[in-house]
Design a binder for this molecule. Sequence first.
Ligand code: MG
Length: 300
Amino acid sequence: MDNAGNTPRVILQEVGPRDGLQNERIVLDPTVRARIVNDLAEAGIPRIQIGSFVNPQRVPQMARTELVWRKLSRRPGTRYSVLILNKRGLEDALNAKMPHVEIYVSASETHSVKNSGTPVEKAMSEAVEIIVEALQRGIGVTAGVMCAFGCHYEGTVPVERVRDMVREFESHRPTEIGLADTTGMGDPQAMRTMIDSLAGIVPLERLALHLHDTRGLAMDNMIAALDMGVDKFDTSVGGLGGCPFVPNAAGNMATERVVDTLKAMGMATGIDSPAVARVRERLQALLQRPLGPRCTMPEK
Ligand code: MG
């Protein structure tokens, strides 16, 4: 944890514009998405995943993410990123001059095929090529493991499998390593076991967690990870989010709630939570459904 000031600082990345909006029935156009991202940046969120470069036929909600990027005010000091699934996505990100990409590979064979149509081994080798090329081209890259704490289809995911994937990523030195509890099957003990098992493989300051609230444990998991020294977490405004290939997946931790909880615990995020809550109110109107902590995916 960064103790440069008197108050420990936790770095949150807003993923609502990607993980959230990609699961919504109502598709927002790039201008509206850009306005939402601008407002979230203005609220002081230091990192924002603005969308993804994926096949718009598969994920129409994320179509024309390059236009979202072009329309942004680009607040100085904010890290803007996109999620990609393959080298085609990297090419699109490079063409758009995105400063940071995130590539995640599932630890579960079944989820990997459902989510990206690619077996794990092939997805890993492509991810490694993406890390190398992104770094060569001078942009940041987060390499992460999806379903790191369990899979809806396969059940328990062995810690060793996740550790081996992280070790493989780390041999190419991505900017950061991400661990995603895509299914929300993790618990505080699983967080401790996983983080312990990565000791000596990836330094804590380069580790970020993406925690879904499917079982209502995301905040407990965050607190367990904070206690271990992890200080980077993905959150989403209004608790938006899910995974189309994880039935009944709940959203991410709600950004505004995490900000308030951390503040109560004596930690700073630099984020104005009432400003984030105002974005949530606008999104409720745009998406025509209530949002809030423990948000579940809409009926299709
Ligand atoms: Mg997610």
